[in-house]
Write a protein that binds this ligand. Structure first.
Ligand code: NAD
Ligand code: ZN
Length: 365
């Protein structure tokens, strides 16, 4: 088994990302070396806790940690201030002090919620990320964005609060439902397309093994993704400019999620469609040549494209695009690939073109 020991360094923070099979059974020891405390609060969702809670708990207890456990209902509806308030109560009950880590075991929902609590409780306690969905392993656990939702919008209340350590066990992906896995893969491909061309070529070579969830291919894909994300975050942690490159596929992706009330597409499924649309746009605007565009499409084609729901129109998606919080005044901002591994962040105001690329997707089915 080959593991990876990566490092993320930003102005104020420096943390490790360990990618290793059965890494969850060694959590207690890793934390013992890092944090001078004996208490911790472990936050998970019920599904993930039933699967992996015991292994993590045992490794912590063996190393002398006193652990308070709190499981939330799985799903986006748990990412609220109400749930955060429950967790603050648990943190007080558990007697956490400034050196006591809050541990997030699960996908992006427990990660973002526990991260938000870690960022704010006692003005910040150490945060440990044990991501178990592919999306969380390659995206949400690294980079420091933590948040809860507001009834008026997703992730409206949050902070940039990097973790103290991230421990990723690729073997836990065995139990991840297939659609969640494919949705996570969309974000993996994103890094190859707009951040790192050598990772793109690696993905072309290993996509079949990846689709079969072969452990060494998975570890390679997770490590390539984390390295790419780290490289972006190290340059622009606060998303002043370059970090927005990671929104490739997300402009139309978010609009599709919103137009379907967040209950039809998984996030990565919508991002996959958004990436196709951005490639179409980039070619039409001559930002990207057809040869490279074709190569990107071939890779994206390996992931299942979700059909649109009956009745979805391009107009409905465009309405939501206009409400996108990342738009500047009247300009809609898109991330368009320029060549493999590089993208332009640019306004596109050609409504006809935007409509056309959305219709390209709607008419495919
Ligand atoms: N902070 C960031 O930078 C960032 C980036 C991207 C997304 N996000 C956030 O992440 C969230 C989405 O993340 P997600 O897709 O991981 O959601 P999630 O945490 O809801 O997990 C998805 C589902 O998979 C289940 N699951 C997770 N790991 C499993 C495993 N190993 N085996 C079986 N089931 C498992 C969960 O119980 C859940 O039902 C959103 O709230 C989004 O806003 C944050
Ligand atoms: Zn995303």
């Amino acid at each position: 088994m080959s593991g990876y020991n990566l490092q993320v360094k930003t102005a104020g923070f420096n943390y490790r990302v360990l990618i290793e099979e059965n890494g969850l059974s060694r959590v207690g020891k890793s934390l013992r070396l890092l944090f001078p405390s004996t208490r911790t609060l472990l936050i998970s969702d019920r599904t993930v806790y039933n699967l992996y809670g015991e292994v993590v708990l045992q490794s912590l207890v063996e190393q002398g940690w006193q652990v308070e456990v709190l499981s939330i209902e799985p799903g986006e509806q748990s990412k609220t201030l109400d749930q955060a308030a429950r967790l603050y109560d648990a943190a007080v009950e558990a007697g956490l002090d400034r050196n006591s880590p809050v541990i997030a075991l699960g996908g992006g929902v427990p990660g973002d919620l526990a991260g938000f609590v870690a960022a704010t409780y006692l003005r910040g306690v150490p945060l440990v990320m044990l991501p178990t969905s592919l999306l969380a392993q390659v995206d949400s656990s690294v980079g420091g964005k933590v948040a809860v939702n507001h009834p008026r919008g997703k992730n409206l209340i949050g902070a940039i609060y990097p973790p103290g350590i991230v421990i990723i066990d690729p073997l836990v992906l065995k139990s991840l439902p297939g659609d969640q896995f494919q949705a996570g893969l969309a974000e993996v491909l994103k890094y190859g397309i707009v951040v790192d061309s050598s990772f793109f070529y690696w993905l072309e070579k290993h996509i079949i093994e990846l689709l079969k969830a072969e452990p060494s291919a998975l570890a390679g894909a997770i490590s390539g993704s984390v390295k790419a994300k780290a490289a972006v975050v190290e340059q622009d942690e606060y998303e002043n400019n370059y970090r927005r490159v990671l929104n490739f596929g997300h402009t139309i992706g978010h609009a599709l999620e919103a137009a379907t009330n967040y209950n039809y597409y998984l996030h990565g499924e919508a991002v996959l469609i958004g990436m196709f649309a951005a490639v179409d746009m980039a070619e039409t605007l001559a930002v990207l040549n057809d040869k490279q565009g074709g190569r990107i499409r071939n890779l994206l084609d390996q992931i299942l494209l979700k059909k649109p729901p009956a009745g979805l129109t391009a107009e409905a998606v465009i309405d939501k695009l206009r409400q996108d919080k990342k738009r500047r005044e009247d300009d809609l901002i898109f991330v368009l690939p320029k060549e493999i591994g590089e993208a332009a962040i640019m306004p596109v105001n050609d409504r006809v073109l935007i409509k056309e690329v959305i219709e390209n997707y709607l008419n495919k089915h």
